[in-house]
Design a protein around this ligand. Structure first.
Ligand SMILES: [Fe+2]
Length: 724
């Protein structure tokens, strides 16, 4: 077939299977037979009366909740005016991060507010202010206004956090605050001129102490609540998930009670058609061919790093490292895979050799056994080994790049941002891109790290945590650069470069407009940098005695290091710092607590770190996340793990042999996940659902719309934060 018509079919299928978001009312609203009906596929369950009932119930609940909140705001407004005229008393205390040690870190520049409520529940603000460099607050207030008869018995002291950012008509960013911590005391206690609340220890954006990976403590024992998902995000999730969830539940019930009525094919048919299935309908066999394989490795979810073969400049390699001695189960194959490519005249990488290291069947489990495959081995074997390589590649992309490279990597910047940026304009720059990542990561711990991956891949939870720590040891802002485009068809790298140009302009413009404020609150940058370095993991392999390892392990470790350095733009020659004898992976941004405009190195470091964090939270995450359904939405095409089965042929058999495919439970779980993760995206830059995207960022991105369109990328699909 002519390559133009192949391209037409692919483009048509991309359009047909593109995920659309309505964000208006309920999932089936306004009409049951709307586009949403098609969007969720062919499952009869979506037109089931129970589904419709649940759906309508949810819409009723949402409307009621919104009404209740608006009534509350109207009747009991938190009047911003401070009452009283004479400041004849004061409320004081000190706020620090909760820690076991005797020397505690103060929470600096935290907003504190002192309230009374009248007997009719009206709010009266007595005083407000911020903690100083030692975490101390001192709030002068009018004693008579506090103790007057009309006030209720208890007075309220609140610690407020910056909850979200919004922009006014002049494109200036502002803070929305919400209550993080609240405590009360009787007004009868106000007997002297001053009242001391003493030390208040808070788990405010604290680091978890049960893991070496920098993670946010999200569990509180005193009723405090840290950031939550925006209401719009929660609604979008529920609206999208109801039909997918019910589809999965139906499958699990059938598997348990009537398993002859369910099959891989029927499960697949219940979920919406994905890209590969759509193309297969028009071009049977095309998605299993060499061209599609190379095209997806380059421009699909994997967005692989093509390393030039030093011996032969025409050859490029992609390497995926499988088990690597991490704790694992013995049901699924996860060998190391190296794929060798040549580029064809369209700039598409065509695989010509695949090398595996590790077990491919249940009989020979030698993890160092090597095999090499080429098309000359026959079509059946070549198809099977490409399928294996796809599956290993997808697992490595999901774990190493998606979960670690974006989700965990961004979380460390999110914690440091929310802990430290209060007065600095950097809160306006970073917070919109850093919010919700800690929340979704906690969800991923339960659902993915302890849930799906140990069931559907060779890796178990213990192995995954160790792998995550190792991989995180390759991510640093200092030497990162976007991927170089290596052919005219390398649309992923081209898009990454255009987007990075946008991010660079956005951050540079922000710095130009806010440099004075950034410099005058440089102490916050210093603490941000300290937090990042102190809590980052050690550089990969820096805490391993390589000479003590057996030769195979040592060689594999060094091969991983060399490839990851290339893949993640990591420069090990950069001067890094040690803490507790560990070489910390994140480079310091500054060593100074105050600077002037002449300290260009510190300012440039900060700019680069901001650009890096924004880039990872937006484009880098979106690309993998949104393509999951394209590349993992047809379970026999690719999956989290091929089972060894019990034959000597192991995983090297055709797709029709279902004994190596994921079992029925894992099949519906994988499709549920691929749908759930790709379909419940929310928080797009151009859509700006929560009004927190800097208009300058949007304008700069819009100015590149045509350039992105040219390479088949819609800027409307790019999210402003990592939240799914
Ligand atoms: Fe994600």
């Amino acid at each position: 077939m002519e390559s133009t018509s192949v391209k037409q079919i692919i483009d048509e299928c991309k359009k047909k299977t593109r995920i659309q978001y309505t964000n208006k009312g309920g999932f089936f609203s306004p009409k049951l037979k709307s586009i949403n009906h098609l969007e969720v596929g062919y499952s009869k369950i979506i037109s089931n009366p129970l589904t419709i009932f649940l759906e309508r119930l949810y819409v009723v609940y949402k409307n009621l909740r919104n009404w209740f909140n608006s009534v509350k705001e109207r009747w009991f407004p938190r009047n911003p005016e401070i009452v009283g005229t004479v400041k004849d008393a004061y409320l004081t205390g000190v706020i620090s991060f909760k820690e076991k040690s005797d020397v505690r870190t103060p929470i600096v520049h935290m907003k504190v507010v002192f309230w009374a409520r009248t007997k009719l529940f009206q709010w009266r603000k007595l005083a407000e202010g911020y903690t100083d460099h030692e975490g101390v607050f001192n709030l002068p207030f009018d004693l008579r206004a506090a103790v007057k008869w009309a006030n209720r018995k208890n007075l309220i002291f609140e610690v407020e956090e910056i909850d979200s950012i919004y922009f006014d008509k002049n494109k200036v960013g502002h803070h929305n605050y919400s209550v993080f911590h609240k405590q009360t005391f009787p007004k009868s206690d106000l007997i002297g001129m001053g009242y001391n609340l003493r030390e208040i220890q808070l788990d405010y954006w604290n680091y978890r102490t049960d893991t070496i990976i920098p993670r946010t403590l999200l569990k509180f024992d005193n009723g405090d609540t840290i950031q939550s998902y925006t209401q719009g995000r929660k609604d979008a999730l529920i609206e999208q998930i109801i039909p997918i969830e019910l589809t999965k539940l139906k499958h699990l019930l059938l598997i348990k009670e009537d398993s002859d009525k369910i099959s891989h094919a029927s499960i697949q048919a219940d979920y919406p058609i994905n890209l590969t299935q759509c193309i297969e309908k028009e071009l049977p066999g095309y998605t299993r061919g060499d061209e599609w394989f190379g095209e997806r490795m380059m421009n699909g979810m994997n967005c692989g790093a093509f390393m030039q073969d030093p011996e032969n400049p025409d050859v490029y390699m992609i390497k995926y490292f499988g088990l690597c001695n991490y704790d694992h189960n013995h049901e699924f194959a996860l060998p190391d895979v190296t794929i060798y490519f040549n580029f064809n005249n369209k700039g598409i990488p065509i695989p010509f050799k695949i090398k595996t290291v590790g077990a491919l069947n249940a009989i020979n489990k030698d993890q160092w056994q090597q095999r090499e495959f080429t098309p000359a081995d026959g079509e059946m074997l070549w198809l099977a080994v490409k399928r294996l390589a796809r599956s290993v590649g997808n697992v490595c992309t999901e774990v190493d790049e998606h979960f670690v490279g974006t989700h965990l990597n961004v979380e460390q910047y999110a914690i440091a941002t929310f802990r430290n940026f209060k007065h600095s304009p950097l809160s306006i720059l970073l917070m919109p891109h850093m919010r919700e990542v800690s929340l979704i990561n906690e969800g991923a711990d339960k659902l993915i790290i302890k849930g799906f991956l140990p069931e559907g891949t060779a890796l178990n939870a213990k192995g995954l945590v160790k792998r995550a720590k190792d991989l995180l040891g390759m991510f640093d802002w200092k030497s990162w650069r976007p991927m170089k485009s290596i052919s005219e068809d390398h649309r992923y790298a081209q898009a990454e470069n255009i987007f990075f140009e946008v991010v660079e302009n956005y951050v540079n413009t922000f710095f130009e407009q806010n440099l004075k404020g950034i410099i005058s609150h440089w102490d916050e940058v210093y603490r941000f940098s300290q937090d990042l370095v102190n809590h980052s993991v050690p550089v990969f392999l820096s805490d391993v005695d390589l000479d003590a390892l057996p030769t195979n392990e040592r060689n594999q470790a060094l091969e991983r290091l060399a490839y990851y350095k290339f893949q993640y733009g990591f420069d090990e020659t950069v001067t890094r710092e040690k803490r507790n004898n560990q070489l910390k992976v994140v480079s310091p941004i500054t060593h100074k607590t105050s600077i002037s405009a002449e300290d260009t190195e510190d300012i440039n470091n900060l700019k680069r770190a901001c650009k890096y964090a924004i880039m990872q939270a937006t484009f880098m995450h979106t690309w993998i996340n949104e393509h999951q359904y394209d590349d993992l939405g047809e379970v026999l095409y690719s999956c989290g793990g091929l089972r060894f089965g019990d034959k000597e042929s192991g995983v090297l058999v055709p797709e029709s042999d279902l004994s190596i495919a994921p079992n029925l439970t894992v099949t519906t779980q994988q499709l549920w996940f691929a749908n759930f993760l790709s379909r419940t995206e929310y928080g797009f830059i151009t859509k700006n659902e929560d009004g927190d995207v800097n208009p300058i960022f949007t304008e700069l991105l819009e100015s590149k719309r045509a350039d992105f369109d040219k390479i088949g990328v819609s800027i409307d699909d790019i999210e402003s934060r990592t939240n799914i």
